[in-house]
Design a protein around this ligand. Structure first.
Ligand code: GLP
Length: 261
């Protein structure tokens, strides 16, 4: 996988927004998979600024969700559907019609998972999948020991993830759902270009294991090593435990600009 070390989160956001802009100019109706959490926000801000300035036409872009909580009432401000509409769809000037996600309040959750997995394939597959990473190495909500071949399904969150995400629920862990729907690792690996952004020292261990450790379900993000075109963008703090950091820096510095990410 390609590892790009950037000075800070803002630079990571800019770089990835550029890659999305390049994709949209090649394929205006690209299906863009988006992640939630704090990390990708600089990407969405940079992309929305490009749209506002007229540098990017995102009017035909399609947006799809990576994961969702199960059981939050429809319209809950912290459902990932609400977050994606608020942070991505609206700032890009898109309508809800351009957006797809799993139904976290479905009565038949299993059917909702299978329907979403199928809908992604029927939409032509995800062209570019943005990912964050959990402190435990999860991508989407694929917690440690998720099958590397998994499809979209229901998962139970670890205590650590519920603690990490309590900040979005008034710091009250009792409000954080136990169950989620997530694209599986196999589903994510079908995207044409997964791009993982990780920032801050708290992600340094997970990043080192993802990039330099063995492919192992205990670190779900390490499955990205199996993808022929996966990109990991990290700031200096998140890169601080990479043994090959200097090599990654030199490689990127020597990369021809036309190649993009
Ligand atoms: C949640 C999401 C992940 C995200 C992770 C990290 O668990 N399901 O997709 O990568 O949070 O969030 P943050 O970027 O806020 O650290």
């Amino acid at each position: 996988m390609e590892v790009v070390i950037v000075p800070d989160a803002k630079a990571g956001g800019e770089l990835i927004a550029e890659a999305i802009a390049a994709l949209l100019s090649r394929k205006p109706d690209a299906l863009l998979g988006v992640a939630t959490g704090s990390t990708p926000l600089p990407i969405y801000q940079a992309l929305a600024a490009k749209v506002r300035s007229g540098a990017v036409d995102a009017s035909r872009a399609r947006i799809c969700q990576l994961d969702e909580y199960v059981g939050l009432p429809a319209g809950h401000p912290e459902s990932y559907r609400s977050v994606v509409l608020r942070e991505v769809v609206e700032p890009l000037g898109l309508s809800e019609a351009s957006f797809m996600g799993p139904d976290g309040s479905a009565e038949d959750v299993l059917a909702a998972c299978q329907a979403y997995d199928k809908a992604l394939a029927e939409a032509g597959g995800v062209d570019l999948q943005l990912l964050g990473i959990g402190t435990d190495g999860h991508i989407g909500f694929n917690e440690p020991c998720s099958s590397l071949a998994s499809r979209t399904r229901i998962k139970t969150l670890t205590e650590q993830t519920r603690v990490d995400n309590a900040r979005f629920f008034d710091n009250d862990i009792t409000q954080v759902p136990h169950h989620v729907i997530t694209q599986g690792i196999g589903t994510i690996l079908e995207s044409r270009h997964p791009i993982l952004l990780a920032t801050g020292e708290g992600k340094a261990d997970a990043v080192a294991q993802t990039v330099e450790g063995p492919v192992a379900s205990i670190v779900p993000a390490s499955a990205l090593q199996l993808h022929p075109h996966a990109t990991v963008v990290v700031d200096e703090a998140a890169a601080s435990k990479l043994k090959l950091a200097d090599y990654f820096r030199a490689t990127y510095a020597a990369k021809p600009l036309w190649q993009g990410l």
